[in-house]
Write a protein that binds this ligand. Sequence first.
Ligand code: GDP
Length: 296
Amino acid sequence: MFDNLSDRLGGILDKLKRRGALTEADVGEAMREVRRALIEADVALDVVRSFTDRVRQRAVGVEVIKSVTPGQMVVKIVHDELVATLGSDADPIDLNAPAPVPILMVGLQGSGKTTSTAKIAKRLTERGKRKVLMASLDTRRPAAMEQLATLGKQVEVATLPIVAGQSAVQIAKRAIEAAKLGGYDVVMLDTAGRVTLDEGLMAEVAEVKALTKPHEVLLVADSLTGQDAVNTAKAFDGRVGLTGIVLTRADGDGRGGAALSMRAVTGKPIKLLGTGEKMDALEDFDPHRVAGRILG
Ligand code: GDP
């Protein structure tokens, strides 16, 4: 996802490192190039502006211009500001609540919501040693319910038995009850997606949220859709409130803009990255590691 941006930034910063002494004009020129690279990576304009302003302010200071290795100092500042833009610290899924902890999965159809639900359930079961129950609330697409059941079998995580004719809210109620009775630690609710954002979808998600009081509300967003993923997150957060983002298709050829803009624009942390179709293709999102990857 960051290959192109990484090459561009690497080239700009290498040039600075080779120069030895740096003037303010050198830093200014480099920041113009960084700005272009970020815009081409589809990073939101406000985020680009505030990022380059912060780097420039620090980089034209005495700290850099008069240091023994000014180029290295600029690289360090760029790294630090990338980490800050990405959200500073890793923000894992929080299960610190009475069992069964409800986790609500929301997002547009095709974003990877059902796949991510099963991947997270697998991880919580295997690494976290939690007993997880998954339920699909997608009453409009029986195939989505069957998909979750199939994935459940594959990752050896229980799914709520499918009962035809129930509403999303009724299924959610049944899932919470079953999780309580069955002694589950976590109950994951995979809500229905729509192709586009619409009020019907939002109202349903809001109703399920009000009923289940989830400890985490995770938006699954497709990184390949760039700024649209960020706008989707903003819309969901405004209407139902999110606690975090799962950014999928990080293995694809997205330009990195969604990952770099998400935190700054929405104020919500990216918690996990989907990195493939396989059930273990899920990575914790650690801003330090991601910044390191971007700078090579
Ligand atoms: P939903 O409609 O949001 O529930 O989307 P699905 O979970 O059904 O996913 C749609 C397609 O995207 C499936 O073919 C998944 O295997 C695929 N997919 C999901 N997450 C990822 C990911 O992180 N990387 C890749 N390459 N494919 C993914």
